[in-house]
Write a protein that binds this ligand. Sequence first.
Ligand code: ATP
Ligand code: MG
Length: 664
Amino acid sequence: MGEEGKAPVVAEAHLVDTFHPPQKMLDKHPSKPHISSLEEYQKLYKESITEPDKFWGQKARELLTWQRDFDTVRSGTLANGDVAWFPEGQLNAAYNCVDRHAFKDPNKVAIIYEADEPGEGRNLTYGELLREVSKVSYVLKKMGVRKGDTVAVYLPMIPEALIALLAIIRIGAVHSVVFAGFSADSLRDRVLDGQSKVVITADEGKRGGKLIGTKKIVDDALKQCPDVSGVLVFKRTGADVPFTPGRDLWWHEEVQKWPSYIAPEIMNSEDPLFLLYTSGSTGKPKGVMHTTGGYLLGAAMTGKYVFDIHDGDRYFCGGDVGWITGHTYVVYAPLLLGVSTVVFEGTPAYPNFSRYWDIIDQHEITQFYVAPTALRLLKRAGDDFVKARMPKLRVLGSVGEPIAAEIWKWYFEVVGREEAHIVDTYWQTETGSNVITPLAGVTPTKPGSASLPFFGVEPAIIDPVSGDEVHGNDVEGVLAFKQPWPSMARTVWGAHKRYMETYLDVYKGYYFTGDGAGRDHEGFYWIRGRVDDVVNVSGHRLSTAEIEAALIEHHAVAESAVVGVVDELTGQAVNAFVAINKGVEATDALRKEFILQVRRSIGPFAAPKAVYIVPDLPKTRSGKIMRRILRKILAGEEDQLGDITTLSDPSVVDKIINIVHEAR
Ligand code: ATP
Ligand code: MG
């Protein structure tokens, strides 16, 4: 590393266990994984890096249906920020997700809708999906939506959310989904920034047994969006909601007026497919833009190889369609591959903590994908809730944050009964699909490591001080990528300069992820968390994720967040915020135990100087811990917390402020 001096801490690299794909997973496999061995992965990976045109050209023709073939596989460079994939190619995304499967087998289940209330769901076949999508496409055209226009979608997790997206892209418009938990102000900002002309929403939402006034929020937001000319409202609960004649239309009334087939609009590969605002862990949300051909290929490729999706699989991603995980892995990957995808309206805690496991059991789910925040909640609830048999489950995915080894093992042993392969998938809204990840059935895994790069992704570890790439193994730094890959974001909507500054100008010639990472002695990658979250104690660059993983090993700890505060002696000192399990009492002795836990597990230099026991941590609506808020509170800058509209429960902020004040 640079002049910061001392080597960073890589405590786990030489100590961890390696888990191979379980034999039982292979035994229950309907055939065999798409890739036969780690050696085959290595061979293909090498080809994807040294001969990307050959590799991706072939995969693009194999996995997608093109109306017009491409001549060029890729053009442009990271340095110039003008990357394009398959530029002469033409295709339609909805055709690829729906039509081609509907023509082959119209009765195949496309969507398994699991309603908030168990037992109230239904299935939709590919044939039905094609008809529903076509009708909504007509409705949107009638509402004045043209090729290239943006349509905002503010819907709960119901099949109509998928139908809406597919109808938008069928006519060549661009979807901009706003997570239906966001406030009216957040929705307004995103509608304005994306220049949406039409909004698709529902009368109300239903989640965890509670009703949400969806339409009312839209009405509030649109008071300040003069350019929105139409609102299409799906009737979910039948509640009496305000209606603006001339602007609002009922979904169920409009779709009746139209035929059940409309020809898809033929799009260029590089035409925008969607905008999506990042979850906002770090600051002002950015409208990340993805294009058609490259994004679709990334989704199909990772669905096929990371999750080892096979024909007949039933795939369940617990992410909301308001986030990139929901886009790529609830909608695009499973539908592109023609399998059944679960659309789950509810929460993992309703009617009780068994809900996910019951869904997996009942629908004979083969792959399940969720965020560590949900796993922490469910582990905290207790193993008794994991009673369902889940006999078909082969793959368990994790996404969104580093997963602590303790949680990883619980997922593997208690949920998967050591019969499913865990894939800890690292990626971002901006990467479009998984970029560092094991391949199910193939890659050996180490708890806490996202393992190896996906095809076409060439990671580089960069020394943040010198800005130079560090080669070889057993190195630490920040994570960047050296080559463009098909599903990378092409720009930030209306702010290409911001795109360049954030991702491509930081280290010229590289895509900068903003995350810290290590590459261990075997070339496995360990994501340390956001660069802004790294703590520097006496020249040791400590990963907050690693200290948090150590804390969670203590039986009383449910969740923790670690941040650095200015310290006269050591530059920065570690401070920890800990949420403890139910029934445990917050005492000074317990705080000391937590400090000891970190000393033992990592080393004395990593021991927290202060431990705050708090009822909950500040989290984004996608469940990620917002350490930025905690840093500000500790610095006494409570009045400069910045944008906290993306917090799921802003009231925890005041509670934490009080606890910190009392402790001082
Ligand atoms: P914003 O960019 O607005 O601050 P965000 O980064 O939380 O929000 P996302 O694109 O949803 O928005 O999340 C990507 C980030 O999540 C990554 O940069 C990384 O920090 C973290 N992440 C995702 N998956 C993993 C993983 N498997 N292991 C570790 N970290 C992960
Ligand atoms: Mg980010």
